[in-house]
Design a protein around this ligand. Sequence first.
Ligand code: ATP
Ligand code: MG
Length: 746
Amino acid sequence: MDHLSLLNESQRQAVLHKEGPAMIIAGAGSGKTRVLTFRIAQLINQGVDPFNILALTFTNKAAKEMRHRIEKVIGNEAKNIWMGTFHSVFSRILRSEAEKIGYPRSFTIYDTDDSRTLIRNIVKEMNLDDKLYKPNVVLGRISSAKNKLISVKQYLNDAVIQADDEAAMRPKIGKIYEMYQSRCFRAGAMDFDDLLFQTNVLFKDHPDALNKYQNIFKYVMVDEYQDTNYSQYLITRKLAAQNRNIVVVGDDAQSIYAFRGADIQNILNFERDYPELEVFKLEQNYRSTKNIVHAANSVIKNNQAQLRKEVFTDNEQGPLIEVIKANSDNEEGKLVATTIFEEKMGNHFSYDDFAILYRTNAQSRAMEEALRRMNIKYKIIGGLSFYQRKEIKDLIAYLRLTVNPNDEQALRRVINYPKRGIGETTEQKLFVTANDTNHAVWEVVMNATEFLGNRVGTAIENFSIMIRDFARIAEHSDAFEVAKHVAKHSGIVDDLYQDKTVEGLARYENIQELLNGIKEYVDDPEKEDKSLSAFLQDIALITDADTKADDDGEFVTLMTIHSAKGLEFKNVFIVGMEENLFPSQMMLNSRADLEEERRLFYVAITRAEKKLYLTYATSRYQWGNLRACEKSRFLDEIDPKYINFKYGDSGASSGGNVFDRVLQRKSSLVAAPPRKQVASNYTPPADFKASDTSKLAAGMKVEHPKFGFGVVEKMDTQGNSTKAIINFEEVGEKTLLLSFAKLKIH
Ligand code: ATP
Ligand code: MG
């Protein structure tokens, strides 16, 4: 067999494994996905009908790629393999079996937005406090129940769950779950989690159906097995129960979806379920240079919870990993963009050979801006382009209304967001009345009590008063001042701040990022007109150009680390290597969380084939204020012999690495706009000793090894994390997380 020669001995054995359960838990880039692909081709070559093969991947893109590769080996027959994500394969199965479980064959699939809206309505109908029962929080709870196969009935009867909800002051979630399920059912709709949950119901309640699919799927394969949840685990276990031909591949060191219910326990369950299991070890990495592989090993060693394995490679040593320090997020973006440009020109790379990976979507803005300025084409994978995100569009809609109250699309978007009791019917009436009476909509809005009566009219008029208030401020303030005021007084910031889910925090950060962008716009000496309308025009042109130009050609890829799983690029930039960003502030509360965060870093490092860059900024805009940032602890976990690290405050001109050279040569391109200086002249005394800060309170005088002397202005505790807002004599106000800040109380 020709293609078998493209494999090493262990890979070949795994590919040739035909019957019975097998597991390949192996390091990144060791060819796990390649083995699955070749094994499928091999089975078909040996006469297995492609219709009898089920291969489950983590993304649709991965499925497409795998099918494509198999096609190269076996031709058209590859089309007949059951291949796709859990959700796509089982929604297809549910379509033909839906009636058995009481759903129409043409059931609708609700996306997250639909689900959220439905929950919002239910909360309203049940007269519950919508500040407490935030759609995302409720949906998160329901989703995690479903992924653990906890039905409504079980949820309501489970004392532990009920106690949890009561402790969280949300005792009615079970009831909402009940309503939500019955409403979905009545609407003939399933949400994403239902697709897996209902497949389990089908297989449990209809042994005939289960039996049918057990006979169809004689060979079951799962890629990225470490990130399956319980619901997915049970589906594969049931399907394989008869033939026991199941092969799973994964890497415990790359398990990064625990927050979505993925359960690393599934690997251990697998060993228990199939005692006859054959285990294959792949230890050779074919993707990356020695430096990258060794650096990744040195990082993951810091985790306690992992199956020990050492990955090696015969690939070249490769260049050292570059660690780059920038003065600001803005400069970080510029350094990345300039480096990409230089590398492409100097080493004949294509833009496709570059990926920029970040921890949170909000970080894409500074990168996007820098790439745009240098005319480098890019695409954002999984995640909307910054200006297309809902919360950004919402705030921009307010800004547009502020500048032009006749902007009807903007009005529709925010007249009832955040909620101010203006229902859809009323909204409709507004537009109908304007039409009928030949008035501009905004005129009807301003005089709503006259047109629509007191009850609904007052809410609308209050809205118009608020917008006019914004407009007055815009007359004599710059874009940033107005935007900050609008973000706060429109209620957007409050609304997002209440939502403590991962997604909620991301949206909150995005608003913050937009404000940072506006601040940078206002601070940019090249922009003469600092008004809000000038800014809006600027970004309208940007987004326009983006959507038009980006159809073909080569692109730099931008994405979160989560969506980069399984992929590889010649050159990878991991940006924002700072404490509280990566590791994320939300993941510092337990060892388990921190270890998940470290696995995420491991995933990020191991995407790189040739060259890896890690960048961080010593200051970053937050809510329009420049804040000092500390470099990530993860940087210190890499064995220094693999990196070209620039410690300390030696500045960008010492000529040590490629960035300095790039900076010097391209100084006209990368010159940062003048910025407030945040460095202090303070030098800590040699005997500096941090105090116990558990009793720290506003008004106390403190000393910090970097920022010097200051006075605590305010303490802010949320969950397990306490922040101190301190006004330092030399560097001004800083917000410090107490768990990290070294402070001496005077
Ligand atoms: P990840 O953990 O990131 O999902 P993986 O274990 O699935 O990685 P693959 O993506 O299958 O690894 O392989 C990594 C790279 O190494 C791919 O480019 C693949 O084509 C190449 N590769 C794998 N095995 C070999 C081999 N025996 N000879 C040459 N190249 C190989
Ligand atoms: Mg893979």
